[in-house]
Design a protein around this ligand. Structure first.
Ligand SMILES: Nc1nc2c(ncn2[C@@H]2O[C@H](COP(=O)(O)OP(=O)(O)OP(=O)(O)O)[C@@H](O)[C@H]2O)c(=O)[nH]1
Length: 436
């Protein structure tokens, strides 16, 4: 029988080890733990080893050579298979380092060799409620006054740096089955509720529990059978927002790309009203009183590279998350993914526009994707962004983005003559700091 696995993720210091230690103490199962920490000294392994009820002395296996996701192909699989062969246990918890992406780890247990002896049960992300609130949920001062909540004191710079770890934190939130909102002793009830509402927007599929010092019932965490790879990979709030916009016809099939289109589709959730396009869950959506909004921005006209990157340097404070594909003039081949997570923005080449391939290949791709929207002149090139914010003027943001689109005369100009900081090679990433 395969051994169930829980992957435990979360920011550095969010409380993963605290939660795990409590779990090892309270559970009567034989739990093996795989810890991956960054840094030379593996503090967590020592701590967890001291508490684990396995007795061989090798119960906690540490992947010390850097990051779990970099050593994934080989070391992780080898380690867990070796663990399985040499020890007797009935559950495995993988504590990912605070800088590990959960998806590649999860894939190892689904499609990799570790998928044989193991069965991935759930991906759990621990969130530090205080830090999350201060970073993402405060909104503007006016909004806080409306909510009659004191404006929290700034916490000062994070010892881990706020980015790209903020981006990674959102990815950990966007790819998980259970969110544990820890350190609730450090927030007020109202702050905690806002954090929960925002998390439910960012990851509508996950269950959310709130804890202090990781105090969670082991049955909530182990053998929950929550994991579903495809659903997890597809369930991020921003992806759902883009899908919803598509489903509600916000798409312009074959529209003249020279014509400005304003098809942004804004959603502010009503209390107790289920979103029509989140099929697989039944919890209440982020209520309107928290002022959380989701919008999509879709245009079939390229951005001017200079104006667009300047705009990304000063995105509104209340924008929590933005992600999606961008069409940037001068990058006619590259489909660029823009990702904003609270402070900085990254632009990464994540693919090629189908329209940049030979006619033959275009035809083959289009046949395999008959629903792909296609413009006579520009093909599949387009910008399609999901925007998630709190008390934010989405129309103003859309107008600011529109100002970055090429003007009529720029459309007719030589786009390669524009100064262009956007990345060029596949996988290449450019980080644009917040200039404010
Ligand atoms: N106030 C408060 N402190 C907590 C809570 N949970 C954990 N801590 C403290 O936060 C610090 C970090 O907790 P850890 O459990 O080591 O966090 P971690 O996520 O394992 O950290 P890394 O291994 O560095 O990624 C420790 O000092 C804990 O005692 C909580 O609910 N409230």
């Amino acid at each position: 029988m395969s051994v169930p696995v829980t992957i435990l993720c979360g920011e550095l210091g969010a409380g993963k080890t605290t939660l795990l230690s409590g779990l090892l103490e309270s559970s009567d199962r034989e739990i093996a733990v795989l810890v991956n920490d960054v840094g030379a000294v593996n503090v967590d392994a020592d701590l967890v080893e001291a508490r684990t009820d396995l007795t061989t002395g090798e119960d906690v296996l540490a992947l010390e050579n850097g990051c779990i996701c970099c050593s994934l192909g080989g070391e992780l699989s080898r380690s867990v298979i070796q663990l399985w062969k040499e020890h007797d246990f009935d559950y495995l918890v993988v504590e990912a380092s605070g800088v590990g992406e959960p998806e590649p780890i999860a894939r190892q247990f689904v499609r990799g060799p570790a998928g044989g002896p193991y069965d991935l049960d759930a991906v759990v992300t621990v969130v530090d409620a205080r830090r999350f609130y201060d970073r993402f949920a405060t909104g503007n001062a006016e909004a806080n006054a409306q909510d009659e909540q004191p404006i929290p004191e700034p916490q000062g710079p994070d010892d881990t740096g706020s980015r790209p770890l903020a981006d990674l934190l959102l990815e950990q939130i966007e790819f998980c089955d259970l969110l544990v909102v820890n350190k609730c002793d450090l927030v007020t009830d109202a702050e905690r509720d806002r954090v929960v509402a925002l998390l439910e927007t960012l990851q509508p599929r996950a269950d959310v529990v709130t804890t202090e010092y990781g105090g969670i019932d082991s049955s909530d965490l182990l053998e929950s059978e929550r994991f579903d790879l495809e659903a997890a990979a597809d369930s991020a709030g921003w992806k759902q927002a883009i899908k919803t916009a598509d489903a509600t016809g916000a798409h312009e099939h074959g529209q003249d790309a020279h014509e400005d289109s304003h098809d942004g589709h804004a959603t502010t959730y009503d209390d107790h009203t289920d979103h029509p396009d989140y099929p697989d869950h039944d919890h209440i959506h982020p209520p309107e009183r928290y002022g959380i909004q989701i919008d999509t921005y879709h245009r079939r006209r390229p951005f001017h590279p200079g104006r667009f990157t300047a705009c990304l340097e000063s995105l509104p404070d209340n924008l929590v998350r933005a992600k999606g594909l961008c069409w940037i003039a001068g990058r006619e081949q590259q489909a660029v993914t823009m990702s904003f997570a609270g402070s900085e923005t990254t632009l990464e080449v994540t693919g090629r526009w189908i329209a940049s391939f030979s006619d033959e290949r275009q035809e083959a791709y289009r046949q395999s994707q008959p629903d792909l929207p296609w413009d006579e002149e520009w093909g599949d090139r387009e910008t399609r962004l999901a925007l998630i914010g709190r008390n934010i003027e989405m129309d103003d943001l859309s107008a600011r983005l529109d100002d970055c689109l090429l003007t009529e005369s720029e459309l007719a100009a030589d786009w390669s003559s524009f100064e262009n900081p956007a990345p060029t090679g596949m996988g290449e990433t450019v980080t644009i700091p917040d200039g404010d």
